[in-house]
Design a protein around this ligand. Structure first.
Ligand SMILES: [Zn+2]
Ligand SMILES: [Zn+2]
Length: 447
């Protein structure tokens, strides 16, 4: 897009969205399959549906010049309203609205995989909490847009038409509305200010008052942001990367990473050398998993945090390779970067009863990832032989006791015996899963 600050960044942003859309589609299918309780379905499913309906509005003949989402007043502070004026759609050779993306209108929500080009919907938007005292200038402006569509109609007819459009607004959960608004605000910051200013001033009939109430932004319909960007949008502030304290002297250190396990940062070579006698036992926990697996405590499941993954069920091969790149490593056998220091964090763990490795170890492979996809791991009794089969110059460890306990836990506590969220902690080049203290499954804020 012309107004983007940096064409390269836009490319990577869009292609990431694209890959993530596939991610999401698969995830949704799994979500449906598992029929998860509503409480643990992520807000993004709904937000994405909102974006989709907004995008589809644009393709409709005689469409409303804007989309309005609102949430009911639950906290007494007035209802929240998000209004989007559709300005433009970039790179978007869409087919007929009745066969959106080549699918019937009643087809799947995220059919983007079928289209070679991605739509970027450029919008002017306003997010309001409660009704502005003097009335919204943006709404007045939208009324003037409707007037242009029906130049001969009376003032009353135009006002009624506006009322109709507002009335056709979509009621949305507050959290989803806020998420969407945050996404738009994040995307607005990615636009070149000159580009936005041009839109604000050259767009006919835009007054200073309307400019003050609105921002220019864009979104990629139906798609979901991943990685840290998504988390940052959801919590509304930059995410701190933990674990950047030198374990020897305690100062902030973010340069010298132990290359073997990628889990500890040092401030200097001296500090790294001084810490080695202590660190070496945890640095290669995966080695100990191979040589002395019975030395691990009960109620834990150790998984090597090295990249052996070439497929994660809910994602698909190509996307997974991308995911692995984002996790800070490109080479099979490399440790994935530790973004949590010693803090524990929640991972989604999943086992498909039908998944097998070349027909063997059916239903034995466990996949896991954290919310921001900084680690993507698998563990299966089929992994050690896989390294031999493929002639890799390293061994893959497998924690058989942990795996057994995990399987028992999954069948007793997991959703349909297939999915369970667990606490994890990084220990050197491994992830330690806590099989005893199980997080409240219904309150996990991501799907
Ligand atoms: Zn130090
Ligand atoms: Zn290390």
């Amino acid at each position: 897009m012309d107004g983007y600050k940096d064409a390269k960044r836009l490319d990577s942003y869009v292609s990431r969205h694209f890959q993530m859309s596939a991610f999401t589609q698969m995830e949704c299918i799994q979500g449906v399959m598992l029929n998860l309780p509503k409480t643990i379905q992520g807000s993004w499913i709904d937000t994405k549906a909102r974006m989709a309906s907004c995008a589809l509005d644009i393709t409709r003949d005689g469409y409303s010049p804007f989309t309005l989402f609102f949430s009911k007043d639950h906290d007494g502070k007035g209802s929240k309203v998000l209004v989007l004026e559709h300005i433009d759609v970039k790179q978007c050779p869409w087919p007929e609205p009745s066969t959106k993306f080549g699918h019937p209108a009643s087809g799947p929500l995220v059919p983007m995989m079928q289209t070679p080009k991605l739509p970027l919907v450029l919008v002017r938007y306003s997010y309001m909490e409660g009704r502005p005292k003097e009335g919204s200038k943006f709404m007045e402006y939208l009324q003037s847009l409707i007037r242009k569509q029906m130049p001969k109609a009376s003032e009353t007819v135009v006002r009624n038409k506006l009322k109709f459009h507002v009335g056709a607004g979509i009621e949305t959960e507050e959290i989803h509305l806020r998420t969407f608004a945050r996404l738009l605000s994040h995307n607005a910051s990615l636009l070149d200010p000159k580009f936005s200013a041009k839109f604000q001033s050259h767009w006919k009939g835009i007054s200073e008052a309307v400019k003050g109430e609105t921002m220019i932004s864009f979104f990629v319909p139906c798609l979901r942001l991943r990685w840290r960007a998504m988390e940052e949008i959801e919590v509304g502030k930059p995410i701190e990367i933990l674990g950047t304290t030198c374990p020897t002297c305690g100062v902030t250190a973010d340069k010298l990473l132990c290359t073997a396990c990628k889990s500890v940062y040092y401030c200097s070579k001296e500090c790294s050398t001084a810490h080695w006698p202590e660190h070496k036992t945890s640095c290669r926990v995966s080695k100990r998993l191979i040589t002395n697996p019975s030395s691990f405590p009960p109620n834990t499941y150790y998984i090597s945090a090295r990249t052996y993954v070439d497929c994660i069920l809910e994602t698909g091969f190509a996307i997974e390779q991308e995911a692995v790149k984002y996790s800070g490593t490109t080479n099979i056998g490399d440790a994935q970067r530790n973004e949590y220091g010693n803090e524990r964090f929640i991972v989604r763990t999943f086992k498909d009863p039908n998944y097998s490795h070349n027909g063997s170890y059916k239903g034995q492979t466990m996949f896991l990832w954290d919310r921001r996809r900084s680690v993507l791991l698998r563990s299966s009794p089929g992994d050690p032989p896989m390294a031999k089969e493929r002639g890799w110059p390293f061994e893959i460890p497998f924690h058989a006791d942990g795996h057994q306990q995990y399987c028992r836990l999954l069948s007793s506590r997991g959703y349909r015996g297939q999915l369970i969220y667990l606490w994890a902690r990084r220990v050197g080049d491994c992830l330690e899963l806590d099989l005893k203290n199980i997080p409240d499954q219904d309150s996990i804020p991501w799907n």
